[in-house]
Design a protein around this ligand. Sequence first.
Ligand SMILES: [Zn+2]
Length: 265
Amino acid sequence: MKTCFLSIDVEKRENQENQPFEGVEKLDNILNIFKKHHLKSTLFVTGEVLEKYPELVKKWTNEHEIGCHGYYHIPLDKLGLIEREKQVVDFIGLYKNNFNRSPKGFRAPRNIIDNEQFPILEKYGFLYDASVFPRYPWRLHRYEGYRGRAPINPYFLDRKNYKKKGEANILEIPESPVFLNIPLVGTWLRKLGVGIFKKLFLFKKPRFISFSMHSWDGVKFKGKSSKNSGEKYLKQLDKILGHLNKIGYEFKTGEKIYEEFSENK
Ligand SMILES: [Zn+2]
């Protein structure tokens, strides 16, 4: 059986002066398409979003899992360790007030993560992280979230080197690519189109892939990397989800993937 980890980063759109939360308020654009295909996903929300839209986030929990995407979406390399811990503690407090439980999954803002973050996540009971891009195409186009090769299937990580398998209690659920190291993420789907991804799947259907997007992919916005945002993206999304279903991918939330991997640990 092939697995797809489906997730959305739910956050304010940076550098967007008009309606930076539009994608959050209109997330049903995307979620209705998930519903059409009967899919559960993991939504990595920022503390800022949960603070501003608690009722909306509660509604999403009926069908989806809610993980942590930092408090204010500040990249971890801009924060000292004390400030990092405070952001996690503040997020957990807010989360507990709303859901009477602690969050289990974490994704770092802009996928920037390092070894220092994992002791904090372990200390506060996170079960998995979903920040690592284990591959990335074209060395020349250096993406800040790519920090070198790592396993492409979910793995319990090494405390000294999160890009290796080890004995830590945290499962890494990586943003694993399709083929030619090309990741199935909203921005790339908008840029390349559904047809190219369908072709990539002809060459290879990996046992595990990650499909992640942003809350703002589903609303029309302007500027850098805005190609096919809004309605056009929603059509692409509908098509690619239909295709993934057809070629045998089963969609699982982070906690479900954790459960399966911890049974086999
Ligand atoms: Zn983000």
